[in-house]
Design a protein around this ligand. Structure first.
Ligand SMILES: [Zn+2]
Length: 338
């Protein structure tokens, strides 16, 4: 079959790879309905993470179960499933506490930019739909696997509540999903920071009430101005750079929580500054599995449309063009047809 391999900076290839097989009795093999490129795939693509050996890319997935290992009890061949990018048993103390992304048996999904993928710990990781969903829901169901689940976690970690004021730093796909999540959680005011017209429009469609196009100190000043000099009750940091983290901390009011889901690259904190700022930080890889049943239900009931975040769809063979389009910010998020 064809699969996506990253060989080094800006060298991603669609090439012949071996088909995945059941390796453990807790595995499942799924036939993907669609797959996609994640903003976090751009870190190794851009050379921010060293690539020492060819990497099998892709960790967002949904599709039909093709085969299961002998110990798998909760899913069976023929079912449509979605799973998190974090593999989890969903039974250990961390999973039961709602942090499946810190599962004692945690693995990170890989190799999903392909027609078939192996999902370890299938019982803990996969959630099946009651019926095979209609084709037009596939992009939105795929989004629940990571991008929506991550934006949702950012809002959850930032303790967004009914009536609260939320600032979202980052207008990538995750930031836009953070806007959607904050809206669903009842935020009264959602300030999206974005300088790009198409992303601003989508943010407004997903529920943003204000757009701030300034960055850095000017951006912080604008948020202060919009909040009567106070700052936001909750801030979602969806980038992972020092600039975006500083912006998030400074946009928050004392007592606020910052949900940070952009993988930090070169981000450092000053302990004393953090102490006196009285802002809380909660982040990390999203425990998407905690939110999956609810998010899948919202999609199936057509109450949310996260799939709109895919503004470019390409065949898997053109995966390299997909990475380029996202790298150059010509596309917000790329769906791959398999
Ligand atoms: Zn666990």
């Amino acid at each position: 079959m064809l699969g996506t391999m990253l060989y080094g900076p800006r060298d991603v290839r669609c090439e012949e790879v071996p088909e995945p097989k059941i390796l453990k009795d807790t595995d499942a093999i799924i036939r993907l309905s669609a797959t996609c490129i994640c903003g976090s795939d751009l870190w190794p693509f851009r050379g921010a993470n060293a690539v020492t050996a060819p990497m099998a890319m892709g960790h967002e997935y949904c599709g039909i179960v093709e085969a299961v290992g002998s110990a798998v009890k909760t899913v069976r061949p023929g079912q449509f499933v979605v799973g998190s990018f974090c593999i989890s048993d969903n039974t250990c103390p961390h999973c039961r506490f709602g942090f499946q992304s810190s599962c004692e048996q945690r693995e990170f999904m890989s190799g999903a930019q392909a027609p078939l993928a192996r999902v370890p710990l299938a019982d803990g990781t996969l959630v099946a739909t009651p019926e095979i969903p209609p084709d037009d829901l596939i992009p939105s169901l795929l989004a629940t696997s990571d991008v929506l689940g991550t934006g949702w976690y950012a809002a959850d970690a930032a303790r967004v509540q009914e009536g609260s004021t939320v600032a979202v730093v980052g207008d990538g796909a995750v930031g836009l999903m953070g806007v959607l999540a904050a809206k669903q959680m009842g935020a009264a005011r959602i300030i999206a920071m974005s300088r790009h017209k198409t992303r601003q429009d989508l943010a407004l469609e997903y529920g943003a009430t204000d757009i701030v196009s300034e960055r850095g100190e000017a951006g912080v000043a604008r948020i202060k101005e919009l909040t009567g000099g106070v700052g936001a009750d909750s801030v979602l940091e969806c980038v992972g750079s020092q600039e975006s983290m500083t912006q998030a901390l400074q946009s928050a009011r004392p007592g606020a929580m910052i949900g940070y889901v952009g993988v930090p690259h070169g981000v450092t904190f000053d302990g004393q500054q953090l102490f006196f700022s009285q802002r809380g930080l909660m982040g990390g890889p999203a425990p998407v599995r905690r939110f999956l049943p609810h998010l899948m239900e919202l999609v199936i009931e057509r109450r949310i449309n996260p799939g709109k975040v895919f503004d470019l769809a390409l065949p898997l063979a053109d995966v390299a063009e997909g990475y380029k389009a996202m790298d150059e910010r010509r596309a917000i998020k790329v769906l791959l047809r398999v």
